[in-house]
Design a protein around this ligand. Structure first.
Ligand code: PA5
Length: 446
């Protein structure tokens, strides 16, 4: 397996020859992560130990859902939704064309509190056969709870309670929470969010796998991609270091850290050198929600105790015509992490009337020229760039990328000396929102 991290354009701030001490810190972080003694690290061994029976049940349930409905609505927020949305946006169309199997339309709800959004959703689905999948580890999060109650009400009116309950699938804690109580009482088909895995690390558990399987995407391939990555990254020997980085290896010993470790080391080194913002960039629109998941993963894992890198994302070439200006000439407080899809799925040839420079070229070649041009222009003004090479957008590599970034994020959290698995700050807005709501109720009563 090749190294996914390419540092050819990392610039002068990243001199791995002088980061020898930091390499040692990454090795310690790797040891801590792989010791298996830290809370919420169940995802680390998951690709080796996942429950095969449960996966079979997920596949059977997905098959049943596909025959039951035309519209499948996934209700959840944050870690209980973004992984599935990322996979479905990246892969659903491709897998559908490959298999030729019909799959339901997939909608998402419960990730905002917009009356307009939910009204329009109800309008779109009103004459369709519907199934719901409600996902919440705590079972008490406001946004999915409201969306679930609105959509459940719609189902009750459409099918009656008994039939509606056969169309509701719940993924929640094994024993606690109001959603678990309701699911047991009403007899929904349920799957469990593992105790030792937090929301943003749960893509490869039923949280992500059930909706992804309903979309016709091969979850076994996804788990296999993660397993192969995990095998290399958890135990070593690490991936071969590319020739142009070998000399860096001899002094700083980067051969002793894995690709996720190298990414963690580079990101944290850049933060320590005044680069506070990481811009995830992609040239294939299917990666949009993958970067949404990345923003959540890194933002929620690292942004605490007064530290962390602020994650942002830009879609190129669209955003080159807006934020491109800032990247080229604005305040240099950021670095770029480029998601480079090496073999895009499809291509076409630019017609003759597009002008001499472009006519007859493959569109993907033009897209690649845009990436190379941007990298050269940004290198000229000293923007540090990390390129992540993704061989292709398939279930296998999607699973591998998920595991890669989860590992890298956990390691950089340890390097930053924060707990990458909690999110105490998320609670504050909920408390304040409840306070405001109570005030509103009093006002309404008056
Ligand atoms: O990563 C996380 O832990 C969060 O983003 C949660 O997934 C999110 O807040 C939703 O929580 P729950 O699944 O309890 O509804």
């Amino acid at each position: 397996m090749k190294r996914m991290v390419n540092l050819d354009f990392a610039g002068s701030l990243i001199d791995l020859k002088v980061l020898a001490g930091d390499v040692q810190k990454v090795r310690e972080a790797q040891k801590k992560l792989y010791a298996g003694t830290e809370d919420f690290t169940g995802w680390v061994k998951l690709p080796f130990t996942y429950d095969k029976e449960e996966t079979k049940r997920i596949l059977e349930t997905a098959e049943r859902i596909r025959t039951q409905c035309e519209v499948f609505i996934v209700i959840g927020i944050g870690g209980s939704y973004l992984g599935a949305r990322a996979a479905i946006s990246a892969l659903k169309q491709r897998e559908k064309e490959k298999s030729g199997k019909p799959v339901p339309e997939i909608y998402f709800a419960g990730q905002n509190l917009s009356g307009t959004y939910h009204r329009e959703l109800l309008e779109k689905i009103k004459d369709r056969e519907i199934c719901l999948c409600v996902i919440s580890k705590s079972g008490t999060t406001t946004e999915p709870s409201i969306a679930f109650s609105v959509l459940k009400d719609t189902l009750y009116k459409k099918y009656g309670k008994e039939e509606a309950n056969k169309r509701i699938y719940a993924i929640t804690d094994a024993a606690k929470g109001t959603l678990r109580e309701e699911a047991d009482r009403e007899g929904y088909v349920t799957f469990t969010v593992p105790d030792d895995i937090g929301g943003r690390y749960s893509v490869l558990t039923p949280v992500g796998l059930l909706p992804i399987a309903v979309a016709g995407i091969d979850i076994l391939d996804m788990l296999e991609g993660a397993r192969v990555g995990a095998k290399v990254w958890t135990a070593g020997p690490w991936e071969a270091v590319p020739e142009n980085q070998e000399d860096m290896g001899s002094e700083s010993d980067i051969t002793q850290i894995s690709s996720p470790g190298l990414l963690a080391l580079t990101r944290v080194s850049l933060l320590n050198r005044g680069k506070f913002i990481e811009v995830f960039e992609y040239y294939e629109p299917q990666l949009q929600y993958f970067t949404e998941w990345l923003k959540q993963l890194f933002g929620e894992s690292e942004g605490k105790d007064g530290t962390g890198i602020f994650p942002a994302s830009l879609q190129f070439s669209a955003d080159l015509h807006s934020m491109g200006q800032f990247l080229q000439e604005g305040k240099q407080i950021f670095f770029e992490t480029i998601l480079n899809l090496v073999h895009p799925d499809k291509d076409l040839i630019v017609p003759d009337d597009a002008g001499e420079l472009l006519a007859g070229k493959s569109l993907n070649a033009v897209n690649r020229a845009a990436m190379e041009g941007v990298m050269a222009a940004h290198a000229a003004v000293g923007v540090p760039m990390i390129r992540i090479d993704i061989p292709e957008l398939s279930p296998y590599y999607f699973g591998q990328m998920v595991y890669f970034f989860e590992t890298s994020c956990a390691l950089s959290g340890y390097l930053l000396e924060v707990n990458p698995f909690d999110q105490p700050g998320v609670e504050s807005y909920k408390k304040e929102m409840r306070r405001v709501l109570k005030g509103d109720n009093n006002e309404a009563k008056r």
